[in-house]
Ligand binder design. Structure first.
Ligand code: BEZ
Length: 220
């Protein structure tokens, strides 16, 4: 009989499970980063081609993320020594320094805690997960990719900016939203407010679908 995966996956809106882990930058706890956003991402294995391209790409968006108070954190089921050797090779061959800590999760403790192992793909390697964790350690978004498809950094940046914009301005973002585009005004919740909606100066498509420009768009 096929063995079922009994992992309990963390859910959006819940507090992210705290952990202590060894990394390429020393021992860290997730809760040490309270007050910052954290993007915790897993990769299947060191010294593999797709992961190498992703690490270079993550390093390239790191400055953009820092400006937005976001800490990147990598993870794979490899040792810290393997990570160190791989990051040194990336620097040597591709000229890119990896500026964020990479967790050596050799005992799969963090991978299991976050549901990063999807047995249909691999029982020994994490899939390509991205967890977006806010300043209060609430898990706000999750993105999962399989082993053979590298992630899109524009989407990762777009998603973190959308989450932060939604929080700061108390709005939502429409399909294909990009920083600078109009945002969605929360729909009215009373008949009276619905009646007034067309008079409030928004781009009015219907009472439940109105958009507005942000006076101070929160992007750099
Ligand atoms: C890669 O990063 O190239 C890779 C890693 C694990 C499985 C397949 C591809």
């Amino acid at each position: 009989m096929e063995e079922k995966c009994e992992q309990i996956f963390p859910k959006i809106g819940e507090t992210a499970p705290d952990f202590e882990a060894v990394t390429t930058q020393g021992t860290i706890r997730l809760s040490d980063f309270k007050g910052k956003w954290v993007i915790l991402f897993s990769h299947p294995a060191d010294f593999t081609p797709v992961c190498t391209t992703e690490f270079v790409a993550f390093a390239k968006i790191n400055d953009e993320l820092k400006k937005r108070n976001v800490q990147l954190m990598g993870l794979s089921i490899d040792s810290v020594y393997s990570h160190i050797a791989w990051l040194r090779r990336i620097k040597e061959k591709l000229g890119v320094e990896i500026p964020f800590p990479v967790i050596g999760d050799i005992d799969m403790k963090v991978a299991k805690l976050f549901g990063m192992i999807h047995a249909g793909e691999s029982t020994t390697a994490a899939i390509r997960c991205v967890f977006f964790i806010d300043q209060d350690m609430i898990l706000r978004a999750m993105v999962y990719y399989p082993l053979n498809v590298g992630r899109n950094m524009e989407e990762i940046l777009r998603l973190i900016i959308a989450l932060q914009t939604a929080d700061i301005h108390k709005v939502a973002t429409p399909a294909n939203w990009r920083p600078g585009d109009k945002v969605i005004v929360p729909p009215p919740s009373t008949m009276e407010a619905a009646e007034k909606r067309s008079t409030e100066g928004f781009e009015y498509i219907d009472w439940f679908l109105c958009k507005k420009e942000l006076a101070t768009p929160d992007y750099v």
